[in-house]
Design a protein around this ligand. Structure first.
Ligand code: ADP
Length: 189
């Protein structure tokens, strides 16, 4: 059975990778599908994100990386996938994920949304958090694959020259982060 794991992956984190690896053990084939979302201003282009995912998943023979736009269920139908894979972290994920799953069910009865609960060590981890930490000079090596960390450091070094990531700086000493507000429309259904 084929499963599609859709998302922004801007960039891929170890939390995403954990879901991907577990998905690859459950399904014959998994397609990580990077959404081309005009409502978001990403740090990395779709091509860069796909390459980051490819490098991070080269050890998984039943994994494919693709991109799509439009409705996720239409992409799933086009790929003849019966399952949409999603990760669930904290309670706040639940409301939006459930809304998307219900909406997708009304759009197609042939595609089921399947949630994998995050592994406990990645429950707090998001792409936005990683970018915020890196933007303020913190180290992110324990949150993302090494090549992705280097890409992120390189990105922020261009806009804000930081000589080296601050390795031992506790997160609470960083300037307060602006809340990341995302509407369901931004998520892409
Ligand atoms: P989106 O823009 O659709 O939220 P993301 O790239 O942020 O896309 O996430 C894609 C999927 O991966 C979502 O189902 C999200 O809940 C899940 N996910 C994100 N971070 C983690 C994590 N740390 N652990 C488990 N699942 C995660």
């Amino acid at each position: 059975m084929l499963a599609v794991y859709p998302g922004s992956f801007d960039p891929i984190t170890l939390g995403h990778l954990d879901v991907i690896e577990r998905g690859c053990r459950l399904f014959d084939r998994v397609v990580v599908a990077v959404l081309r979302n005009p409502n978001k201003t990403p740090l990395f282009t779709v091509a860069e994100r796909m390459e980051q995912i490819r490098q991070a998943t080269s050890h998984l023979p039943n994994l494919e990386v693709d991109s799509f736009d439009g409705l996720t269920v239409n992409y799933a139908k086009m790929r003849q996938a019966k399952v949409l894979l999603r990760g669930l972290r904290v309670l706040s994920d639940f409301e939006l994920e459930l809304q998307m799953a219900h909406t997708n069910k009304t759009l197609s009865n042939h595609v089921e949304t399947l949630f994998l609960a995050t592994s406990t060590e990645y429950g707090f981890l998001s792409s936005s958090l990683v970018k915020e930490i890196a933007r303020f000079g913190g180290t992110i090596d324990h949150f993302v694959p090494r090549h992705v960390a280097l890409d992120i450091y390189r990105c922020y070094a261009k806009t804000q020259p930081v000589s080296a990531p601050i390795v031992d700086s506790p997160i609470q000493e960083q300037p307060p982060m602006a809340p990341v507000e995302e509407t369901s429309l931004d998520q892409g259904i």
